[in-house]
Ligand binder design. Structure first.
Ligand code: HAM
Length: 407
């Protein structure tokens, strides 16, 4: 038997109502906050992610679905299924000259992403994200809006009691000094670090703080090292920005905690980063994450443009709200007079009702049983109804039955 690929899932009819509800809630909330939907292709040139997400990240190094397609120069034709959508949205922003529009340019999206990760609960190879990106505003009020919309969306979906974890990664200048200090204090332990961290040590030392290797975690827990990691390294301007983000979050009544170890798994961030986690999700606890990326637009060839955004994992959200409902039909026709049943179904559908009938013309009791399972009301049409020119309509929830000439 051919089965779905490891790490992919069919979204079945029993779950689709919840998915549609998630999408509808997102559309309403983001449109209400003046975000416009954007749909970008699911594959992009590989270079976009190497440069955009960063080639020292696990996403780019280990998790990309990359293909070489046709052509003589295979590298030029290398494409990758998008592992995330910020880079693609930035590419579209530059390509369509959105910097000409009056700032802020606010965009939202919903779609599948692809990461070649080891599948486990909450971690798939094809998963979906809902996200927003706001371009053109350096002011910390933009960071606060993005974090508050992520929280608002979760509360609208009925996920309550979550709090955001926030941190500031500073700007390239203050962060470089911080990286140098971390490298210095870790130098004597270099031989003991895991293979990944040995590479991160040179390429991107902050990423080490995200390491899940037990031995590395133990090393980082050493008091001397911890003091450096937890030190206040951000410069005055970054500090002021961060303080204001927190002030606006307080104004908006958003609960948050500060986590100095929060570095995120993508390279483009500066200043504010955040994640929203839920214990109910187990080890893959982050339901949403995001932050500020003021350098990405210019790094990908556009004008210098501040930007901030977040993305939320829809499968993880689904786990948190999980309520399976089958959408019931408005009417099910119960009749052994097939031509009348067909005609009545057509008439009801034309009027905008959802309706169906028993194609196999089974016994009355069987049809009634089916109606009870899949519809709100049964329209019964037997010899008496035909003779008397009326319908018998049974409300399948209350059991109430009426005679009516029109439906
Ligand atoms: P991210 O933290 O890599 O950020 O992903 C955002 C969310 O996508 C995660 O919090 C998680 O819920 C979900 N997710 C990620 N990987 C998987 C997976 N393998 N299976 C299931 N769910 C997953 C980004 O992607 C950034 N682009 C967010 C952003 C937007 N930053 C600024 N703007």
């Amino acid at each position: 038997m051919i089965k779905a690929q490891r790490g992919t899932k069919d979204i079945l009819p029993e779950d689709i109502l919840t998915w549609q509800h998630i999408e509808k809630t997102a559309r309403e909330l983001f449109q209400n906050a003046n975000y416009k939907e954007i749909r970008t292709p699911i594959f992009e040139g590989t270079e976009l992610f190497k440069r955009g997400v960063g080639d020292s990240t696990d996403i780019v190094n280990k998790e990309m679905y990359t293909f070489s397609v046709g052509g003589v120069n295979k590298d030029e034709n290398s494409i990758t299924l998008r592992p995330e959508n910020t880079a693609g949205v930035v590419r579209a922003y530059i390509e369509h000259g959105f910097s000409r529009l009056s700032a802020p340019v606010k965009l939202w999206y919903f779609g599948p992403m692809f990461r070649y990760e080891r599948p486990q609960k909450g971690r798939q190879r094809q998963f979906h994200q809902i996200g927003i990106e706001m371009f053109g505003v350096e002011n910390p009020s933009a960071d606060a809006e993005v974090i508050s919309l992520a929280m608002k969306f979760l509360s609208k979906m009925g996920v309550l009691g979550l709090s955001a974890e926030i941190n500031s990664l500073g700007c390239p200048k203050c962060r470089d000094e911080y990286k140098a200090r971390i490298k210095e204090v870790l130098k004597p332990y270099l031989g003991e670090l895991c293979e990944d961290c040995k590479v991160r040590y040179d390429k991107n030392p902050l990423r080490m703080l995200d390491c899940k290797d037990e031995n590395c975690i133990k090393i980082f827990d050493d008091e001397k090292i911890k003091n450096v990691i937890l030190s206040d390294f951000i410069c005055e301007e970054c500090k002021e920005h961060y303080e204001n983000v927190k002030k606006y979050l307080d104004v908006l009544n958003i609960s948050y905690s500060e986590n100095k170890m929060l570095v995120r798994g993508l390279d483009y961030y500066n200043r504010t980063v955040f994640e929203i986690k839920s214990d109910a999700l187990g080890s893959q606890s982050a339901v949403a994450g995001g932050g500020r990326y003021d350098g990405l637009v210019s790094m990908l060839g556009g004008e210098k443009t501040p930007a901030v955004g977040f993305a939320l994992g829809v499968e993880r959200l689904f786990e948190l709200i999980k309520h399976k409902e089958i959408q019931k039909l408005d009417y099910f026709i119960v009749s052994n007079i097939q031509d009348v049943a067909i005609e009545t179904v057509q008439m009801l559908r034309d009027k905008g009702f959802s309706a169906d009938f028993d194609f196999q013309n089974r016994k009355f009791a069987k049809q009634m049983e089916k109606a009870g399972k899949i519809a709100n009301k049964a329209v019964i049409i037997g010899e008496d109804e035909i003779k008397g020119k009326y319908y018998t309509v049974k409300n399948l929830t209350t059991g109430e039955q009426i005679k009516t000439e029109t439906l």
